[in-house]
Unconditional design. Structure first.
Length: 175
């Protein structure tokens, strides 16, 4: 990866409004997948007694590559970097993330180190993800490919994520 994940903020080059919108979309999808929609989390929030404020961690994603689009098998393959910045070393959300729509996931190059503002964790992920292709409008069809993540150990009353919209993006050479 050519940029430092812990370094200065990544900014899309001038004139790349489309890249900035994609980065925001990816960040929002990650955030929604992590904290939204789980009946177990909603139930835990409504039945748990009031507690201290939840711990907040920042989480981001950088899409490196997208390939092996297989319409017959309803899958695609993606390579991505995930990272989190949490206030304490005791909280490591990347260790418990589950890829909800993955057939197969391989994790590479994991790191965990102190950084400004907390503890920085990264991992490179390669996964085969399920997608229900709607090809009724071929060749003019468009698809939004989701990589769904879920925090499996904590509920929203204990841990909340904020998207790293400044750093989340995709490889500019990605076609």
């Amino acid at each position: 990866m050519s940029r430092s994940l812990a370094g200065a903020a990544w900014r899309p080059p001038d004139g790349s409004d489309r890249q900035a919108r994609w980065a925001l979309l990816v960040s929002l999808l990650v955030l929604l997948a992590l904290v939204g929609g789980s009946p177990r989390l909603v139930h835990a929030q409504t039945t748990a007694p009031p507690a201290a404020s939840p711990v907040r961690c920042q989480i981001g994603v950088f899409l490196i590559d997208l390939y092996d689009v297989d319409y017959a098998a309803n899958t695609f393959t993606a390579d991505l970097w995930l990272w989190s910045v949490c206030p304490t070393a005791a909280i490591r959300p990347l260790d418990t993330l589950e890829f909800v729509n993955a057939n197969e996931v391989t994790v590479h190059l994991q790191t965990f180190e102190p950084a400004a503002g907390g503890f920085w964790a990264t991992r490179k992920v390669t996964g085969v993800f399920r997608e229900d292709w709607d090809l009724r409008h071929f060749p003019f069809d468009r698809h939004v490919l989701l990589i769904e993540l879920e925090a499996s150990n904590e509920d929203a009353a204990q841990l909340q994520f904020t998207p790293d919209t400044a750093e989340s993006a995709y490889e500019p050479q990605l076609t």
